[in-house]
Design a protein around this ligand. Structure first.
Ligand code: GLV
Ligand code: MN
Ligand code: MN
Length: 423
């Protein structure tokens, strides 16, 4: 007897809740409810074990590639594989959905396909990219950048966390040989198409009726490190005229960056600073600050950065502070593969799931892979739009819709010829 739609929905909800509940406590700060899931820490290793267990539960083989990313295979690894997945790390105090929703949905979409007897013509891989957020080593999408050669292994290996632990040391500690790092042509050649499902980080879908959308593009974005060196001194006894306080040009540039961005199609954020020596009664010797800038076009970002850094230099000179500025990362505009997007939209429409298309200003591993392989993204509605925060949300009903949508597009890509639409 055919299962009723209500019973399918109940089963899907139960499956989602069960899988989600296993992951939910890992790396959660009981006080704030936010997540601290940083690459190659104990928490991350626990997440990686969870990934292996989910794969093994489904009889999938698990590989760790040369760069430390995890791959779970349904079918034998070979060319033209359909790859889905996301990341399990978080920003400091991040939400539950950014990253894990894509990995959990991938496993559950596979369950859906198995339950409906899908017979794939090519293998499926579910991937967990490491350090997508750049929360520990500063460079976002590190696992996918290494895989595709978007970052040189020497540069990556030398990146250090706030305690001075290098990526090379962290990898070695986790049993990954740092000498293996670098562009993995064999691994990328196997990818016929990559589809990443992600919680939306904005309110585009919240303003409409559809729970799932399809991405068109990602804004260009980058990170800049501003280092202000002043002179440490006593907070009480140093006359105003004698101070070379690095906090002051920093404070000025925070407001300036916002005012400058507000005049263009760009956004700027100072979300991370380090103050030395960080004492209440001491003028700091040094302030390190990181500027995140994103815009509709490269020109928008260039203009904002030029004006902001010029202002920082003026302010630093006024305060007798030495300033050095370094661009730490850059990701150009990403236009996702139009053929693959059309194919996703067609498969979703055939399944009665009309999906809006939308751009995003958030970075993703899919954005890095898009330079190398046909890539697409699905977004799941976020009722408040809040992300990179403990308050990030998605309803159970929308997450289940996301799984169903992912299963529809994966089934289409796994069972019909790939060449026609994806390349
Ligand atoms: C990652 O989520 C980013 O947009 O920085
Ligand atoms: Mn994120
Ligand atoms: Mn993410």
């Amino acid at each position: 007897m055919r299962e009723s739609p209500e019973s399918v929905l109940t089963r899907s909800r139960r499956a989602f809740d069960r899988t989600w509940a296993e992951l939910e406590p890992v790396g959660r700060d009981g006080r704030t409810g936010g997540y601290n899931r940083f690459a190659w820490t104990r928490v991350d290793l626990e997440l990686r074990e969870w990934f292996v267990a989910e794969a093994e539960r489904r009889g999938m083989g698990v590989e760790v590639d040369r760069n430390g990313n995890q791959w779970a295979w349904w079918g034998s690894p070979s060319d033209d594989a359909i790859v889905t997945g996301s990341h399990l790390d978080s920003v400091p105090g991040g939400g539950a959905f950014d990253g894990p929703l894509g990995v959990v949905s991938a496993f559950l979409a596979l369950d859906t396909m198995i339950a409906s007897g899908v017979r794939p013509s090519r293998p499926l891989a579910i991937v967990n990219f490491f350090e997508e957020e750049g929360s520990r080593f500063g460079l976002a999408c590190l696992g996918s950048r290494l895989l595709t050669g978007a970052v040189a292994p020497e540069k990556a290996l030398a990146l250090a966390d706030d305690d001075g632990v290098t990526l090379a040391e962290a990898l070695a500690g986790a049993g990954i040989d740092p000498r293996g790092l670098g562009a993995d042509v064999e691994a990328t050649r196997r990818i016929g198409a990559f589809v990443e499902l992600h919680v939306e980080q904005g309110r585009h879908l919240a303003l409409g009726d559809a729970p799932v959308g399809v991405a068109t593009s990602i804004w260009p974005h980058g990170r800049w490190h501003l280092r202000f060196d002043g002179e440490g001194n006593h907070a009480g006894t140093t006359a105003i005229a004698d101070r070379r306080d690095p906090m002051l040009p920093f404070a000025g540039v925070v407001s300036a960056a916002r005012a400058i961005a507000a005049q263009t199609d760009a956004v700027t954020t100072f979300g991370r600073i380090r103050v030395q020596p960080n004492g209440t009664n001491a003028i700091p010797t040094r302030v390190d600050a990181w500027l995140d800038a994103r815009g509709a076009t490269r020109d928008d970002v260039d203009r904002v950065i030029a004006a902001t850094t010029a202002e920082a230099e003026t302010l630093a000179a006024e305060h007798g502070v030495r300033l050095t500025i370094e661009r730490e990362s850059w990701t150009g505009v990403v236009d996702f593969d139009a053929g693959l997007r059309g194919r996703l939209l067609g498969a979703l429409a055939d399944a009665g799931m009309d999906s809006p298309v939308m751009h995003t200003a958030a970075g993703h591993d899919a954005g890095i892979l898009a330079a190398t392989v046909p890539t697409a993204m699905l977004f799941v509605r976020n009722p408040t739009g809040v992300s990179h925060s403990a308050l990030e949300q998605a309803t159970e009903a929308d997450c289940v819709e996301g799984v169903a949508a992912l299963a529809v597009v994966l089934q289409d890509l796994l069972t019909r010829p790939l060449a026609s639409a994806a390349r």
